[in-house]
Design a protein around this ligand. Sequence first.
Ligand SMILES: Cc1cc2nc3c(=O)[nH]c(=O)nc-3n(C[C@H](O)[C@H](O)[C@H](O)COP(=O)(O)O)c2cc1C
Length: 380
Amino acid sequence: MYIPRRTLYHSTLRLATHPSCSVRLLTTTAKQPPSFSTKTRNFVLGTASIFATVLFLDYYFDSRAAIHKYLLMPVLRGVLDAEDAHRLAIWSAKWGLSASDRVKDDERLAVEVWGRKMANPVGLAAGFDKHGEAIDGLFDIGFGYVEIGSVTPKPQPGNPKPRVFRLPQDRALINRYGFPSDGHRTVALRLRERIRRYIYGTLSHHPKETARLLASSPDGFGTLVDAIGVNRSLYGSKLLGINLGKNKSSDVESVEDYVKGVKELGDYADVLVINVSSPNTPGLRSLQKREKLEKLLREVIRARNTLSKPQPPLLVKISPDLSDEELDDISDVAVATGVDGIIISNTTISRADTLFSGKYIHMRINMDELHFYLSAFSQN
Ligand SMILES: Cc1cc2nc3c(=O)[nH]c(=O)nc-3n(C[C@H](O)[C@H](O)[C@H](O)COP(=O)(O)O)c2cc1C
C-alpha cells in the first residue's frame, strides 16, 4: 500500500484499520520536516566530517607523518607492554593498517647484492615478523629487505612470559623470546598462499597465462615466482630473507633442523640465513665453534645446492659476543665453506656500563636479592 510521506508527517495512522492490512500495526508520530537551513547545516557538517576523515586517513597512512613518532608510539608504550605492542604492530601491518612510504627511493640508494637489486639498503632484521605474517605491510613501510623468522622445524611456544623488556632511557630492548615459532609447515603454507594471491591478483586478466604457469610449476609456488620474473619477495627490487632456527627440544649438536629449513623454505626465499647466535636457546651458540660450524655450513650448503634455480644465497648470523680468536675461526670457516655472507650481529648477552636502564635493572635485581636474603634470614 502506498502512503504519501506527507500523510505520515501529519497524522497518526493505524494501518490495521485499512481493509487491505489486517495484521500489521504501524504508528507514526507527528513530526515537522527539517527546514531548509537545518538541511543545509547537516549537509555542510556531513561533508566537512567526511572531508576531515579522508584528510586524516591520508595523513595517518603516510609513514613519515609526525603523529606516529610523537603521538601513537608514546601512547602505545604507555598502555601496552612490549610484547603486546609487538603483536599489535604485526597485526596492523598484516591487515594493511600500518602506514606506508610514499616517497620513491632515490636511485642513488639502490644496491646490488648477489646479482639482485634492492631499491635501498635498509633492512628489517629477523625477530620482528617471526612467522611471516606481515611481509607486505613491512615492505610497504619502505624496507628494501625484510627477514622473517627465526622459524623452527616444529612449532614451539618460546620462553614463558614476560620475555621482552623495554629500557626506555636507552631506547633499547631486552629480548628473551626464545624462538616462539609457528614451525616450518605453517610458515611455508602462509608463504605459498601469499604467492597464490599474488598470481591470481596480478594475472587475473590473463587466465590462460595463469593456467600455463601453474601447470609449468609442479615443484611449488616458489619456482613459479621465478617464472614470472620477480624476486621471491614478489617485488622487483626488494628481497625477502628467511631466517632458520632450531627447536629447543632438538639435539644441541644436530644440524638436521637447519637442513630441514633449507629444504622446506628455501624455494620461498631470496636469501637464507642460518641463525647460530641467538642467546635464548640453550647450546645454540656453541654451533659457532670451528668444527661444528664447518660441519653445519657444509651440510646446509649441500642442501641449498639441491634447490631449484635460482638458489638463494646462504648467510650465517653470528653473535656480537665473540672473542677475536673465535672471529678468526669463523672467518676461516666462511672462506673454506664458501658461504655467501655473514650477518653481524645478533642479540648481545652483555650489559654495557653505559646503559642507564641496565644499571637500574641490576639495582632492582640486587634489591630483590637483598629482600629475599633478609626475609630468609628473618625466617630462620
Ligand atoms: C625482540 C627481538 C627478537 C629477536 N628475534 C630474533 C630471531 O628470532 N632471530 C634472529 O636471528 N635474531 C633475532 N633478533 C636479533 C635481531 O635480528 C638483531 O640481530 C639484533 O637486534 C641486533 O641488531 P640491532 O643492534 O640493530 O638491534 C631479535 C631481536 C629482538 C630485539
